[in-house]
Write a protein that binds this ligand. Structure first.
Ligand SMILES: [Zn+2]
Length: 125
């Protein structure tokens, strides 16, 4: 019997196609929009409150960085690349996207990247 493979990621399960089904995509889009609004709010607060407080700088930078991530996720959604892993090209698990809608990599690839980063930050002997 011939199996149908998803054109995007060679995955035999059409339900696991890299481009999430319309309902799921809407759900993820909504999550991204909510995240965007929350971050804008957080960022604006950090601008208004105690402008010169250095303690707020990490929070502000974090909000800015996170806003960039949300923007990139919207771009991937428009371009059709949303939901496929930057590392291996495979499918990012839907549950992972629900927890982290801006995820660019599947969990195994993300772990590999983090392991590499940790290794790089270790002093070499
Ligand atoms: Zn991957």
């Amino acid at each position: 019997m011939q199996r149908k493979f998803c054109r995007l990621n060679r995955h035999p399960d059409p339900g696991a196609c890299a481009a999430p089904a319309a309902g799921r995509r809407r759900q993820l889009q909504q999550l991204l929009i909510e995240r965007h609004c929350a971050l804008r709010h957080e960022w604006q607060l950090s601008q208004v409150l105690e402008r010169n407080d250095d303690d707020l700088l990490p929070a502000r930078l974090h909000a800015e960085e996170a806003l960039v991530q949300v923007g990139l996720a919207f771009e991937r959604m428009r371009g059709g690349a949303y939901g496929s892993c930057r590392g291996c090209g495979g499918v990012i698990d839907f549950q992972r996207l629900l927890a982290l809608p801006t995820a660019e990599r599947c969990w195994p690839c993300q772990q590999a990247v983090e392991r590499r980063e940790r290794a790089d930050s270790q002093p070499r002997h």
